[in-house]
Design a protein around this ligand. Structure first.
Ligand code: UD2
Ligand code: MN
Length: 461
């Protein structure tokens, strides 16, 4: 059905922007040659390569000989966000198309993208990303029944379309797919709109998080609300919620008739100044702090260590959010990503109380014991969640010491480890496999024969 599609004769031209750091020459060449061979000549204004301070400046310099190719070289490592913005600032065509440096564009990949942007310049459009085998470099088609999403760890993931969308695709597989999140690397968008929407966060480094941040900025307009005089009161709030003048609009979609293969790699073939975990957490925190309102707490609950990573000054991005009159994050959750399960912000964690004292990690980590400490109700070391039999404190769970099998200790959560599985029975916390209950009669929590009348085994939650 894609072959039957007709595209306008006067599609806008595009500038292709490819940033790279220490990419293999062969894959870089494959990327560029596929762009030139598989796109209508008149639609490619230029191919801007941004060499993000690769070790060998010759890599980029050699490619400059190819027609339409322009090379910009950073004088220090900037990371992909600042590099892409540098490329975008140098671009002159009305539409920007970003690509990774190890892709192969498939036949007619470009026309469907440009058509969508031409019809509505606030659309950000992505091809289906096929797979180039990491081992053989063979091109392998991927499913088009996927879209982008995330969990509260804010890591991008592919997810299968719901039933309704899959059935719609059966009748017309060429229909575009609305997606809550963009994979990040391959997309086209209007050049002016990229600018107006705030380009990228220039304080993000190296890799990661920028795809989340741009996705949060795309908040599609809803169909206008029809005025019903009978519902005047409701209308006031509805109007302020839905149709206030705002510009943070746009939409994000995958266009199934456009396909580009990409080498998905197991490791990053480059260094991260500061370590990859810290850089990713810092970038993600910047996106969360600017865009997620109170919901950022759900991210911190999922990734408590991220809270220790400094995220720098975000005032410019906060200003941008205000200037664009963007919706609260709740709106994004309700309208763009209603499928994401939102745990209750307040009630999701508990204290485990005995009298005026609460179960406390005492600041211990793996293999450390637990005790009771006066309740302070501020979370911290007294924050617990019951989850599938586990008694969880972030990533640590209550287990039994492998030495004496009696003392309760903290262990890395593992739902398959019998020692970590507990059942609540009235006031008792009973071990699922042993006929024994948590007891506080000693300074360190331990298990003892269950006895409901024993105060040291009675907890409230
Ligand atoms: C995905 C995206 C990628 C980016 C990333 C999140 C796809 C196919 N890829 O990861 O584009 O959105 O998620 O940040 O959707 N690079 C630099 N400077 C650096 C580091 C990387 O120029 O300091 C280049 C790199 O050579 C490559 C591009 O940025 O061309 C993306 O990096 P990647 O391929 O390692 O990211 P990937 O595909 O794992
Ligand atoms: Mn890549």
């Amino acid at each position: 059905m894609c072959r039957l599609k007709k595209y306008d004769d006067d599609l806008p031209q595009t500038s292709i922007i490819i940033t790279f750091h220490n990419e293999a020459r062969s894959t870089l060449l494959r990327t560029i040659v596929s762009v030139l061979n598989r796109s209508p000549e008149h639609l490619i204004k230029e191919i801007i390569l941004v060499d993000d301070f690769s070790d060998n400046p010759e890599d980029g310099a050699a490619l400059r000989a190819i027609r339409k190719v322009k090379v910009i070289r950073n004088s220090k490592r900037e990371g992909l966000m600042r590099s892409r913005v540098r490329g975008a600032d140098a671009a002159v065509a009305p539409v920007l198309t970003f690509l990774d440096s190890h892709v192969e564009c498939n036949v007619h990949w470009l026309e469907p993208l440009l058509q969508r942007v031409k019809e509505d310049p606030t659309r950000v459009v992505c091809p289906v990303i096929d797979v180039i085998s990491m081992d053989t470099f063979q091109y392998i088609g991927a499913s088009a029944d996927l879209r982008g999403g995330f969990d509260w760890n804010l890591v991008f993931k592919w997810e299968y379309l719901g039933h309704a969308e899959r059935s719609a695709r059966l009748s017309d597989p060429t229909q575009v797919i609305r997606t809550p999140m963009i994979a990040g690397g391959l997309f086209s968008m209007d050049r002016k709109y990229f600018s107006k929407l705030g380009k990228y966060d220039m304080k993000m480094d190296v890799w990661g998080g920028e795809n989340l941040e741009i996705s949060f900025r795309l908040q599609p307009k809803l169909t206008p609300i029809i005025k019903k005089p009978n519902y005047e009161i409701q209308l006031v709030t509805e109007i302020s919620y839905h149709s206030r003048v705002w510009q943070c609009g746009g939409s994000l979609e995958i266009v199934p008739c456009s396909r580009v293969g990409h080498v998905f790699r197991k490791r990053h073939p480059y260094t991260f100044p500061g370590g990859s975990g810290a850089v990713f957490a810092r970038n993600t925190r910047r996106a969360a702090e600017v865009w997620m309102d109170d919901y950022k707490e759900l991210y911190y609950r999922s990734q408590p260590l991220a809270k220790q990573v400094d995220y720098g000054d975000i005032s410019e991005r906060v200003d941008l959010r205000q200037k664009l009159h963007c919706k609260p994050f709740r709106w994004y959750l309700e309208h763009v990503y209603p499928e994401l399960q939102v745990p209750a912000l307040k009630e999701a964690s508990h204290v485990i109380k005995q009298g005026v004292r609460c179960l406390d990690t005492m600041g211990h980590l793996v293999d450390g014991s637990l005790g009771l400490y006066p309740c302070h109700y501020t979370g911290g070391n007294q924050e617990w969640r019951f989850e599938n039999g586990l008694i969880r404190h972030h990533r640590l769970c209550v287990s039994l010491s492998s030495e004496d099998r009696v003392t309760a200790v903290l262990a890395a959560c593992d739902p398959t480890d019998d020692a970590q599985i507990w059942r609540r029975q009235g006031p008792l916390i009973r071990h699922a496999k042993l006929d024994a209950c948590l007891d506080t009669a000693r300074p360190a929590l331990y298990i003892e024969q269950c006895d409901e009348d024993k105060p040291s085994q009675q907890f409230s939650f």
